[in-house]
Design a protein around this ligand. Sequence first.
Ligand SMILES: NC(=O)c1ccc[n+]([C@@H]2O[C@H](COP(=O)([O-])OP(=O)(O)OC[C@H]3O[C@@H](n4cnc5c(N)ncnc54)[C@H](O)[C@@H]3O)[C@@H](O)[C@H]2O)c1
Length: 442
Amino acid sequence: MMKVVVFGAGYVGLVTGVCIADFGNTVYCIDNLEEKVANLNQGKIPVYEPGLESLIKKNMAAGRLFFTTDCTKAVLDADIIFIAVGTPPGENGEADTDNVVSVASTIAEQMLKEDAVCRKYKVVINKSTVPVGMGKMVQQIINDKGVSDEYFAVVSNPEFLREGSAINDFFRPDRVVIGGDCQKAIDKLKELYRPLYLIETPFITSNMETAELIKYASNAFLATKISFINEMANICDRVGADVHVVARGMGKDNRIGRYFLHPGPGYGGSCFPKDTHALINIAKNAGYDLKIVKAVEEVNAYQKSVVSNKIKEIFGSDLSQLTFGILGLAFKPNTDDIREAPSLTIIKELIQMGASIKAFDPEAMENARLILGDSIYFAVNIDDVLEGVDAMIIITEWNDFRDINLIELKKKLKQPVIVDARNVYDPQKVKDLGFEYYGMGR
Ligand SMILES: NC(=O)c1ccc[n+]([C@@H]2O[C@H](COP(=O)([O-])OP(=O)(O)OC[C@H]3O[C@@H](n4cnc5c(N)ncnc54)[C@H](O)[C@@H]3O)[C@@H](O)[C@H]2O)c1
């Protein structure tokens, strides 16, 4: 079993750390936020992710998983060091790699503390999503600090987990991508991932640049599928077609595939918006104009306004006498992440038109409150959010919102209007109960 360090205790770092500890390795998760580390040590998990809390507690109790801000001893002992820190969008759309650079310097500084003779060979694995060329830069930073290639190698191992199903995605990935030039380092990482090898996970090895680009290309392609079906939904709304049947008819073609063809209010989250933008920037720096991905972004920005435009068509542009009940704030179900969530744009636009907003989300209220402050009313439950509002607007398709008693709902609403940005409800059934129903592309 190996000694592993993971820099960054966010979504990716926590999931990577705990899953690798569950394989039987000893894992130190290092974060520079003292409060976060203190909370983790008390069993308080900073993000909502199904299954994460119990797995963390299990591996802490087994003495395999530790959280600390002090990396000194952990780095010296480590066989493998993951970099899983945030790479937020920079000013001009490029990924901000300051955290990665800082961790690379820290690793080198710690390694230099050990006498060269007893210095342990380390594989430094870049899991953060970084611009093409960053892996080589990490290698260079560590070299420049005075650690020679004899003691370490850098490997790129991009992460593809989805928030909301991250644990399962880690244990049962569609593929593992490993990029690097050093076979010894690649073999070491494959050894760590042996349990995945045994369940016949495809491993794709490449040079570092290719691995880095696979991550961006994958996210940009998924974002493209979403923007594409959203445009089809917008056409369906105008010509009387049903986007779900269109998606099914397309998706049955294996060359297209059925996933990611669900219309909605636009994609959000910490990855697609940031990564599509960063890819456009990578292409620009390489002297190439990435037209498709630019269009994907443009469609997504438009799509985030489709819901408020529907509201304007239904109620007019002065909403000052109206209150809307928003169901769902997270950018998707099963997460408390509201980064770039369509809900934020929709709420802002409705408020600009004078509306009052009540909102409820099973997990994302705390995060939303930090951004929206007292500009809206945060309801305590589904009943509370729907009481006396002029329309129910579903923005995130949490399962909790699928079985609302519609007969009771009709008594609560001031006007029987449902705007369903995720097509959760069957339009005909809802209309038969006397509601005005507005879906996406149906
Ligand atoms: N969240 C996802 O769904 C997802 C999926 C795949 C890839 N990624 C990529 O993985 C990376 C991490 O994403 P995330 O969502 O986990 O981010 P996050 O913001 O949730 O967590 C990042 C953590 O890194 C810590 N950190 C920053 N600088 C540090 C330093 N110098 N030393 C120690 N800790 C430091 C922060 O305090 C934070 O806790 C990003 O590059 C992201 O694009 C994210």
